[in-house]
Design a protein around this ligand. Structure first.
Ligand code: HEC
Ligand code: HEC
Length: 251
Protein backbone atom coordinates (compact mmCIF):
# COMPACT_ATOMS: atom_id res chain seq x y z
CA UNK A 1 0.00 0.00 0.00
CA UNK A 2 1.40 3.37 -0.92
CA UNK A 3 -0.51 6.58 -0.34
CA UNK A 4 0.41 10.12 -1.11
CA UNK A 5 -2.13 11.90 1.07
CA UNK A 6 -0.82 12.62 4.55
CA UNK A 7 -4.24 11.87 6.06
CA UNK A 8 -3.90 8.28 4.95
CA UNK A 9 -0.62 7.90 6.74
CA UNK A 10 -2.18 9.31 9.88
CA UNK A 11 -5.15 7.05 9.63
CA UNK A 12 -3.30 3.81 9.40
CA UNK A 13 -4.20 1.43 12.20
CA UNK A 14 -2.33 2.09 15.38
CA UNK A 15 -1.86 5.77 14.74
CA UNK A 16 -5.52 6.67 14.48
CA UNK A 17 -5.49 7.81 18.10
CA UNK A 18 -4.22 11.05 16.58
CA UNK A 19 -7.71 11.62 15.27
CA UNK A 20 -9.03 11.94 18.75
CA UNK A 21 -6.41 14.46 19.78
CA UNK A 22 -6.64 17.10 17.13
CA UNK A 23 -4.69 19.50 19.34
CA UNK A 24 -1.54 17.38 19.14
CA UNK A 25 1.29 18.88 17.09
CA UNK A 26 0.72 17.14 13.75
CA UNK A 27 0.84 18.61 10.22
CA UNK A 28 -2.17 21.01 10.09
CA UNK A 29 -4.06 20.38 6.81
CA UNK A 30 -4.15 16.62 7.35
CA UNK A 31 -5.76 16.65 10.78
CA UNK A 32 -9.47 15.96 10.54
CA UNK A 33 -11.75 18.10 12.66
CA UNK A 34 -13.10 15.14 14.57
CA UNK A 35 -14.56 17.31 17.32
CA UNK A 36 -17.10 18.72 14.88
CA UNK A 37 -20.77 17.77 15.17
CA UNK A 38 -21.55 19.01 11.67
CA UNK A 39 -22.20 16.29 9.10
CA UNK A 40 -20.91 18.54 6.30
CA UNK A 41 -17.66 19.28 8.14
CA UNK A 42 -17.06 15.68 9.12
CA UNK A 43 -17.72 14.59 5.57
CA UNK A 44 -15.33 17.13 4.08
CA UNK A 45 -12.54 16.69 6.58
CA UNK A 46 -12.70 12.93 7.02
CA UNK A 47 -14.73 11.01 4.45
CA UNK A 48 -14.02 13.10 1.33
CA UNK A 49 -10.31 12.30 1.55
CA UNK A 50 -11.07 8.74 0.56
CA UNK A 51 -14.59 8.77 -0.90
CA UNK A 52 -14.16 11.95 -2.99
CA UNK A 53 -15.66 15.40 -2.53
CA UNK A 54 -18.97 14.30 -4.07
CA UNK A 55 -18.96 10.93 -2.32
CA UNK A 56 -18.36 9.35 -5.73
CA UNK A 57 -15.65 6.90 -4.61
CA UNK A 58 -12.15 6.48 -6.02
CA UNK A 59 -10.89 3.53 -7.98
CA UNK A 60 -7.29 4.10 -6.86
CA UNK A 61 -8.27 3.82 -3.19
CA UNK A 62 -10.90 1.14 -3.82
CA UNK A 63 -13.53 3.27 -2.10
CA UNK A 64 -17.18 2.84 -3.02
CA UNK A 65 -19.49 5.60 -4.05
CA UNK A 66 -21.51 6.41 -0.92
CA UNK A 67 -23.49 9.49 -2.03
CA UNK A 68 -27.22 9.07 -1.66
CA UNK A 69 -26.97 5.60 -0.14
CA UNK A 70 -29.72 5.11 2.42
CA UNK A 71 -28.92 5.97 6.02
CA UNK A 72 -30.08 2.59 7.33
CA UNK A 73 -27.40 0.77 5.36
CA UNK A 74 -24.63 3.18 6.19
CA UNK A 75 -25.57 2.95 9.82
CA UNK A 76 -25.39 -0.83 9.66
CA UNK A 77 -22.07 -0.61 7.89
CA UNK A 78 -20.58 1.82 10.37
CA UNK A 79 -22.00 -0.16 13.30
CA UNK A 80 -20.65 -3.41 11.87
CA UNK A 81 -17.14 -2.08 12.07
CA UNK A 82 -16.68 -1.43 15.81
CA UNK A 83 -18.53 -4.65 16.49
CA UNK A 84 -15.94 -6.42 14.34
CA UNK A 85 -18.21 -7.64 11.56
CA UNK A 86 -16.47 -5.69 8.86
CA UNK A 87 -12.89 -4.49 8.68
CA UNK A 88 -11.79 -7.07 11.22
CA UNK A 89 -9.35 -8.81 8.93
CA UNK A 90 -5.94 -7.14 8.65
CA UNK A 91 -5.40 -9.10 5.44
CA UNK A 92 -8.12 -6.94 3.89
CA UNK A 93 -6.39 -3.54 3.96
CA UNK A 94 -9.26 -1.55 2.45
CA UNK A 95 -11.84 -2.56 5.00
CA UNK A 96 -9.24 -2.23 7.71
CA UNK A 97 -8.54 1.34 6.65
CA UNK A 98 -12.19 2.24 6.73
CA UNK A 99 -12.53 0.53 10.10
CA UNK A 100 -9.89 2.72 11.73
CA UNK A 101 -11.90 5.79 10.70
CA UNK A 102 -15.25 4.57 11.92
CA UNK A 103 -13.79 3.63 15.28
CA UNK A 104 -12.45 7.16 15.78
CA UNK A 105 -15.86 8.82 15.44
CA UNK A 106 -18.37 9.43 18.22
CA UNK A 107 -21.90 8.00 17.74
CA UNK A 108 -23.44 11.47 17.25
CA UNK A 109 -20.82 12.30 14.66
CA UNK A 110 -21.63 9.12 12.77
CA UNK A 111 -25.31 10.06 12.86
CA UNK A 112 -24.63 13.56 11.53
CA UNK A 113 -22.36 12.46 8.70
CA UNK A 114 -24.66 9.62 7.65
CA UNK A 115 -27.60 12.04 7.46
CA UNK A 116 -25.52 14.34 5.29
CA UNK A 117 -24.29 11.63 2.93
CA UNK A 118 -27.83 10.34 2.42
CA UNK A 119 -28.85 13.76 1.08
CA UNK A 120 -26.00 13.96 -1.42
CA UNK A 121 -27.00 13.29 -5.04
CA UNK A 122 -26.41 9.65 -5.94
CA UNK A 123 -23.57 9.14 -8.41
CA UNK A 124 -24.35 7.19 -11.57
CA UNK A 125 -21.38 5.01 -12.48
CA UNK A 126 -19.79 5.86 -15.82
CA UNK A 127 -16.62 4.96 -17.76
CA UNK A 128 -14.20 2.65 -15.98
CA UNK A 129 -16.63 2.43 -13.07
CA UNK A 130 -19.23 0.88 -15.32
CA UNK A 131 -17.79 -0.73 -18.42
CA UNK A 132 -17.06 -4.45 -18.41
CA UNK A 133 -15.67 -6.60 -21.20
CA UNK A 134 -16.36 -10.26 -21.97
CA UNK A 135 -19.62 -10.55 -20.06
CA UNK A 136 -23.01 -12.06 -20.86
CA UNK A 137 -25.86 -9.77 -19.94
CA UNK A 138 -28.38 -12.59 -20.50
CA UNK A 139 -26.64 -14.94 -18.11
CA UNK A 140 -26.30 -12.11 -15.62
CA UNK A 141 -29.98 -11.28 -15.86
CA UNK A 142 -30.98 -14.90 -15.39
CA UNK A 143 -28.87 -15.25 -12.27
CA UNK A 144 -30.04 -11.93 -10.88
CA UNK A 145 -33.69 -12.75 -11.37
CA UNK A 146 -33.36 -16.25 -9.97
CA UNK A 147 -31.12 -15.54 -7.01
CA UNK A 148 -30.67 -11.88 -6.15
CA UNK A 149 -33.91 -10.10 -6.85
CA UNK A 150 -35.89 -11.58 -3.98
CA UNK A 151 -33.74 -9.66 -1.51
CA UNK A 152 -32.31 -6.76 -3.54
CA UNK A 153 -35.53 -6.16 -5.53
CA UNK A 154 -36.05 -6.38 -9.30
CA UNK A 155 -34.39 -3.00 -9.86
CA UNK A 156 -31.62 -3.60 -7.27
CA UNK A 157 -32.93 -0.73 -5.14
CA UNK A 158 -32.53 -2.81 -1.96
CA UNK A 159 -34.92 -3.72 0.83
CA UNK A 160 -34.45 -2.36 4.29
CA UNK A 161 -36.46 -5.09 6.00
CA UNK A 162 -34.05 -7.72 4.67
CA UNK A 163 -30.99 -5.57 5.34
CA UNK A 164 -30.16 -5.89 1.64
CA UNK A 165 -28.66 -2.65 0.32
CA UNK A 166 -29.20 -0.99 -3.05
CA UNK A 167 -26.74 -2.29 -5.64
CA UNK A 168 -27.21 0.62 -8.02
CA UNK A 169 -25.04 3.71 -7.67
CA UNK A 170 -22.02 1.51 -6.93
CA UNK A 171 -19.05 0.96 -9.21
CA UNK A 172 -18.79 -2.34 -11.10
CA UNK A 173 -15.33 -3.10 -9.71
CA UNK A 174 -16.60 -2.46 -6.19
CA UNK A 175 -19.49 -4.90 -6.60
CA UNK A 176 -17.09 -7.49 -8.02
CA UNK A 177 -14.67 -6.99 -5.12
CA UNK A 178 -17.42 -7.32 -2.51
CA UNK A 179 -18.82 -10.49 -4.08
CA UNK A 180 -15.31 -11.97 -4.09
CA UNK A 181 -14.88 -10.96 -0.45
CA UNK A 182 -18.08 -12.76 0.50
CA UNK A 183 -17.12 -15.81 -1.54
CA UNK A 184 -13.67 -16.03 0.05
CA UNK A 185 -14.93 -15.28 3.55
CA UNK A 186 -13.21 -11.92 3.94
CA UNK A 187 -16.61 -10.39 4.50
CA UNK A 188 -19.67 -11.85 6.17
CA UNK A 189 -18.02 -14.60 8.17
CA UNK A 190 -17.61 -12.85 11.53
CA UNK A 191 -19.68 -14.24 14.35
CA UNK A 192 -23.14 -12.58 14.56
CA UNK A 193 -22.94 -11.11 11.08
CA UNK A 194 -26.37 -12.36 10.08
CA UNK A 195 -26.69 -10.13 7.02
CA UNK A 196 -23.22 -10.84 5.75
CA UNK A 197 -23.81 -14.57 6.22
CA UNK A 198 -26.69 -14.42 3.74
CA UNK A 199 -24.30 -13.19 1.08
CA UNK A 200 -21.63 -15.73 1.96
CA UNK A 201 -24.25 -18.38 1.36
CA UNK A 202 -25.48 -16.81 -1.89
CA UNK A 203 -22.02 -16.42 -3.39
CA UNK A 204 -20.92 -19.88 -2.30
CA UNK A 205 -23.99 -21.69 -3.54
CA UNK A 206 -24.93 -19.78 -6.67
CA UNK A 207 -21.94 -17.90 -8.02
CA UNK A 208 -19.89 -20.77 -9.35
CA UNK A 209 -17.04 -18.91 -11.01
CA UNK A 210 -15.65 -15.51 -11.84
CA UNK A 211 -17.51 -15.42 -15.16
CA UNK A 212 -20.87 -15.75 -13.40
CA UNK A 213 -19.81 -13.14 -10.88
CA UNK A 214 -18.90 -10.68 -13.62
CA UNK A 215 -22.05 -11.45 -15.63
CA UNK A 216 -24.33 -10.64 -12.72
CA UNK A 217 -22.45 -7.42 -11.96
CA UNK A 218 -22.71 -6.41 -15.62
CA UNK A 219 -26.47 -6.91 -15.47
CA UNK A 220 -26.72 -4.89 -12.24
CA UNK A 221 -24.95 -2.02 -14.02
CA UNK A 222 -27.78 -1.92 -16.58
CA UNK A 223 -30.22 -1.15 -13.75
CA UNK A 224 -28.52 2.23 -13.32
CA UNK A 225 -29.73 5.14 -15.44
CA UNK A 226 -28.09 5.33 -18.89
CA UNK A 227 -24.55 6.70 -18.81
CA UNK A 228 -25.38 9.13 -21.65
CA UNK A 229 -27.54 11.14 -19.28
CA UNK A 230 -25.19 10.62 -16.37
CA UNK A 231 -22.50 13.20 -15.84
CA UNK A 232 -18.96 12.47 -14.71
CA UNK A 233 -18.65 13.47 -11.06
CA UNK A 234 -17.41 17.02 -10.74
CA UNK A 235 -13.88 17.43 -9.55
CA UNK A 236 -13.85 19.98 -6.77
CA UNK A 237 -11.42 20.69 -3.99
CA UNK A 238 -12.41 19.53 -0.51
CA UNK A 239 -12.22 23.07 0.94
CA UNK A 240 -15.38 25.13 1.21
CA UNK A 241 -18.79 23.56 0.92
CA UNK A 242 -18.80 21.55 -2.30
CA UNK A 243 -22.48 20.73 -1.91
CA UNK A 244 -23.86 24.25 -1.85
CA UNK A 245 -26.51 24.80 -4.46
CA UNK A 246 -26.65 21.11 -5.43
CA UNK A 247 -29.98 19.47 -6.07
CA UNK A 248 -31.02 16.66 -3.78
CA UNK A 249 -30.56 13.04 -4.76
CA UNK A 250 -32.52 11.69 -7.70
CA UNK A 251 -33.69 8.27 -6.71
C1 HEC B 1 -8.97 5.97 4.79
C2 HEC B 1 -9.96 5.99 3.74
C3 HEC B 1 -11.42 6.10 4.13
C4 HEC B 1 -12.02 7.11 4.85
C5 HEC B 1 -11.37 8.36 5.44
C6 HEC B 1 -13.45 6.77 4.90
N1 HEC B 1 -13.68 5.61 4.23
FE1 HEC B 1 -15.48 4.70 4.00
N2 HEC B 1 -14.60 3.16 3.00
C7 HEC B 1 -13.26 3.10 2.68
C8 HEC B 1 -13.00 1.85 1.96
C9 HEC B 1 -11.66 1.40 1.42
C10 HEC B 1 -14.25 1.18 1.88
C11 HEC B 1 -14.52 -0.18 1.25
C12 HEC B 1 -14.30 -1.23 2.29
C13 HEC B 1 -14.44 -2.61 1.74
O1 HEC B 1 -14.04 -2.87 0.60
O2 HEC B 1 -14.97 -3.46 2.48
C14 HEC B 1 -15.22 2.03 2.54
C15 HEC B 1 -16.56 1.71 2.67
C16 HEC B 1 -17.53 2.56 3.18
C17 HEC B 1 -18.95 2.25 3.24
C18 HEC B 1 -19.64 0.98 2.78
C19 HEC B 1 -20.35 1.19 1.51
C20 HEC B 1 -21.01 -0.06 1.00
O3 HEC B 1 -21.71 0.06 -0.03
O4 HEC B 1 -20.86 -1.14 1.58
C21 HEC B 1 -19.56 3.34 3.82
C22 HEC B 1 -21.04 3.50 4.11
C23 HEC B 1 -18.52 4.31 4.12
N3 HEC B 1 -17.30 3.80 3.72
C24 HEC B 1 -18.75 5.54 4.69
C25 HEC B 1 -17.75 6.41 5.11
C26 HEC B 1 -17.99 7.64 5.86
C27 HEC B 1 -19.37 8.15 6.22
C28 HEC B 1 -16.76 8.20 6.10
C29 HEC B 1 -16.46 9.45 6.90
C30 HEC B 1 -16.89 9.41 8.28
C31 HEC B 1 -15.76 7.32 5.52
N4 HEC B 1 -16.40 6.25 4.93
C32 HEC B 1 -14.39 7.55 5.54
C33 HEC B 1 -12.28 4.04 2.97
C34 HEC B 1 -12.48 5.17 3.74
C1 HEC C 1 -31.36 -13.71 1.24
C2 HEC C 1 -31.25 -12.32 0.81
C3 HEC C 1 -30.19 -11.99 -0.23
C4 HEC C 1 -30.02 -12.53 -1.47
C5 HEC C 1 -30.86 -13.63 -2.13
C6 HEC C 1 -28.93 -11.82 -2.09
N1 HEC C 1 -28.45 -10.86 -1.25
FE1 HEC C 1 -26.89 -9.57 -1.60
N2 HEC C 1 -27.05 -8.82 0.27
C7 HEC C 1 -27.99 -9.23 1.21
C8 HEC C 1 -27.72 -8.56 2.47
C9 HEC C 1 -28.53 -8.74 3.74
C10 HEC C 1 -26.58 -7.73 2.26
C11 HEC C 1 -25.88 -6.80 3.27
C12 HEC C 1 -24.72 -7.52 3.89
C13 HEC C 1 -24.03 -6.68 4.93
O1 HEC C 1 -24.71 -5.94 5.65
O2 HEC C 1 -22.79 -6.76 5.00
C14 HEC C 1 -26.20 -7.92 0.86
C15 HEC C 1 -25.11 -7.28 0.26
C16 HEC C 1 -24.74 -7.43 -1.05
C17 HEC C 1 -23.65 -6.74 -1.70
C18 HEC C 1 -22.71 -5.73 -1.04
C19 HEC C 1 -23.20 -4.33 -1.33
C20 HEC C 1 -22.37 -3.24 -0.70
O3 HEC C 1 -22.78 -2.08 -0.81
O4 HEC C 1 -21.31 -3.50 -0.12
C21 HEC C 1 -23.63 -7.15 -2.99
C22 HEC C 1 -22.67 -6.71 -4.08
C23 HEC C 1 -24.71 -8.10 -3.16
N3 HEC C 1 -25.37 -8.24 -1.96
C24 HEC C 1 -25.03 -8.74 -4.36
C25 HEC C 1 -25.92 -9.81 -4.47
C26 HEC C 1 -26.05 -10.63 -5.65
C27 HEC C 1 -25.31 -10.41 -6.93
C28 HEC C 1 -27.00 -11.59 -5.36
C29 HEC C 1 -27.46 -12.71 -6.22
C30 HEC C 1 -26.42 -13.65 -6.66
C31 HEC C 1 -27.46 -11.35 -4.00
N4 HEC C 1 -26.77 -10.27 -3.50
C32 HEC C 1 -28.42 -12.09 -3.34
C33 HEC C 1 -29.03 -10.12 1.02
C34 HEC C 1 -29.19 -10.93 -0.09
Amino acid sequence: MRFTSPILTLLLPGTCGILLHAADPVPPPAVPDTQSKSGVTIFQTVCAQCHGSNGEGKIELKTPSIAGNPAWYKNTHLANIPEGRRGHDAADPHSFMMASIAKALQPEQVKAVVAHVEKMPAVIPTGQNREMAGVSMDEGMRLFQERCMECHRYNASGEMTFGSPPLTGLQAWYLEDQLRKFKTGKRGTAKDDINGAKMVQMTTLFIEDDQMLRDVVAYIMTLNPEPEVAKEPEKKPVEGNPFEGKQTAQR
